[in-house]
Write a protein that binds this ligand. Structure first.
Ligand SMILES: [Zn+2]
Length: 176
């Protein structure tokens, strides 16, 4: 997002995630690699339980405790994302700042990258006296609502001109 220091290069691929582990001196056990591979393949937000189930379904045997411990270690070091929800934690592959569209029909979280215009950020800073260095926005809505304007896909280019939107590649996958 805003003026992010070059010291922490964002993780954009499984290879980046593996490199980050090595830079941070984390041991790359088979189990740890299984989890990273799964998260980068799935590109969803998954619970520890789902990660455990999927890996075991794929014949990659891994224990409950190992799943929990690895998820904890990876998220603590900012290599994967951890989302706290009232019904538990979810883990995702994108670790740097991004926003979420929470679909209330499917209970799914879609990653989006939203960049707010500078003047809006300035206004917020002036009102609060806080220098903003980062932000994440949570959107909520329904996919199957009859008023969902996305049901008719006319390209009205930038209706407000106020907010620039960049969807992550994950969005394409979740649309399928
Ligand atoms: Zn996310």
């Amino acid at each position: 997002m805003r003026e992010q220091g070059a010291y922490s290069k964002p993780i954009r691929s499984l290879e980046d995630a593996i490199n980050r582990c090595q830079i941070q001196g984390m041991r790359l056990s088979r189990q740890r690699l299984f989890i990273l591979e799964l998260l980068w393949e799935a590109r969803e937000h998954l619970s520890a339980r789902e990660i455990y189930d999927r890996l075991n379904q794929q014949g990659k045997s891994i224990g409950h405790t190992s799943v929990y411990q690895n998820l904890e270690a990876l998220s603590e070091r900012g290599i994967i994302e951890c989302v706290e929800r009232c019904d538990g934690r979810l883990y995702g592959n994108i670790s740097d700042s991004h926003s979420h569209v929470n679909c209330l029909d499917t209970d799914r979280i879609i990653d989006v990258c939203v960049e707010l215009p500078e003047d809006l950020l300035k206004q917020i800073e002036e009102k609060t006296g806080v220098k903003i260095t980062d932000y994440r926005i949570d959107f909520y809505g329904y996919k199957n609502s009859p008023e969902n304007p996305n049901n008719c896909h006319d390209d009205e280019s930038d209706p407000s001109g106020k907010v620039s939107l960049f969807f992550s590649e994950k969005e394409d996958i979740s649309e399928v």
